[in-house]
Write a protein that binds this ligand. Structure first.
Ligand code: SF4
Length: 112
């Protein structure tokens, strides 16, 4: 489980979330660090580029099993943060980051 000085980023969005059984994964998105490269939108239909803001946006933050693979691709493809990425796919059951997982240990790698 991730730990950032008492704040657990894996808990973000859980207060009004759909049931874990229906949507076992979620996206954490560091929108402030997105620079609009658009690779996520090429990798996954869940991602679009907002033309007004120039920043990406997910259609949904909570993912089904069927949504998982393309969102993993989007997270891996994001070049922001020197390749560490700003799209984070988290398993809600374990709180572990599945992708991009730059630390290789499931730690949620957001810079909040
Ligand atoms: S790939 Fe990353 S930097 Fe590029 S638009 Fe998507 S989220 Fe933003």
């Amino acid at each position: 489980m991730a730990d950032s000085g008492g704040f657990d980023p894996a808990s973000v969005g859980e207060s009004d979330a759909p049931p874990v059984e229906d949507r076992p994964y979620k996206v954490l998105f560091e929108a402030n660090l997105c620079f609009g490269a658009g690779k996520c939108a090429s990798a996954s239909e869940n991602w679009t580029l907002d033309l007004r803001s120039g920043v990406a946006r997910p259609r949904t933050y909570f993912l089904t099993e069927a949504d998982l693979e393309s969102n993993l691709r989007a997270a891996e493809a994001c070049p922001a943060k020197k390749g560490d990425g700003v799209i984070h796919v988290v398993d809600r059951r374990t709180g572990e980051e599945l992708a991009p997982d730059p630390h290789g240990d499931g730690t949620v790698s957001v810079d909040w």
